[in-house]
Design a protein around this ligand. Structure first.
Ligand code: NAD
Length: 246
């Protein structure tokens, strides 16, 4: 059924979350092995206000960026299935909440990947906005700077990701909204759909007449809107649907 929907679709938009990368060895936040499931205090620390006011949080944050499993991770069958879907000409966009860059590493066209929560592959100055490749900043951390300031203005830097309390980039989210509205099939893959406004894109797609397919191991608040819900592992389910369609 889902394979047929995919075959018949002319524009497919896929919203991905941390669950698509767990099979690459990157833990999610709210799954059974999730970072926040294991340590609920970690979520409270992930706010921009705490980051700006507590140097110890910043020091810990740089160390956790340096040790992040994404640096050594490889894309998995789920990411690769979306590359195959793109080759079939049906993919309108991948809207990702992930910050790990694995869609692009798998070979997805960067022009089709909308990173609504930013990327950990860059750092950004919170004062002047200067972007620096993250490995350059992490080299400074390795050399002993535990909270490296911006080399241009001396401001506080942070990974170019969106923390709680931080605005999404309006132009990036506008592109995501267009992709949600201009599709006839919308997949939500590996997301607890608990973070707004990204999760609300499901509703925008449905209101414009798109079918909604949710692939996620756990229940989500949008399940009642879905035309189909799949509880199988993403790395098995997505390649199966795509190969049925392409
Ligand atoms: P989440 O942790 O809230 O939810 C992930 C969901 O995926 C869970 O419901 C889990 O049951 C499901 N899941 C995990 N592995 C699965 C698999 N193999 N097959 C099927 N389902 C699976 O993640 P979210 O909704 O993306 O929201 C968390 C926020 O944290 C996002 O904003 C994201 O930016 C960030 N985050 C990103 C990464 C990353 O870049 N890889 C990792 C952790 C968190």
């Amino acid at each position: 059924m889902i394979g047929e929907w995919l075959r018949d679709a002319s524009a497919v938009t896929v919203l991905t979350g941390a669950g698509i990368s767990t099979e690459s060895g990157i833990p999610d936040f709210r799954g059974p092995q999730g970072v926040w499931t294991k340590d609920p205090r970690a979520a409270a620390m992930a706010t921009i206000d705490v980051y700006l006011t507590d140097p110890e949080v910043r020091r810990r944050s740089w160390r956790s960026r340096r040790d992040h499993p994404a640096w050594g991770a490889e894309p998995n069958a789920g990411h690769r299935a979306l590359v195959d879907l793109e080759r079939s000409g049906r993919l309108r966009a991948i809207i990702t909440q992930n910050i790990d860059g694995l869609h692009q590493k798998a070979g997805s066209d960067p022009g089709l990947v909308i990173e609504v929560h930013g990327t950990m592959l860059d750092a950004e100055c919170l004062v002047c906005g200067l972007r620096t490749p993250m490995p350059e900043v992490l080299t400074r951390v390795d050399l002993g700077e535990d909270d490296p300031p911006c080399l241009t203005c001396g401001g506080i830097q942070k990974s170019a990701t969106i923390s709680f309390g931080q605005e999404l980039r309006p132009e990036v989210f506008a592109a995501a909204e267009r992709a949600a509205r201009d599709c006839d099939l919308f997949f939500a893959v590996g997301s607890s759909l608990g973070v707004q406004p990204a999760a609300g894109l499901c509703l925008e797609a449905v209101e414009r007449g798109a079918r909604l397919v949710i692939i996620n191991a756990q229940e989500t608040p949008y399940d009642r809107l879905a035309d189909a819900i799949v509880r199988e592992p993403i790395g098995q389910a997505l390649p199966t649907f795509v190969s049925e369609a392409c």
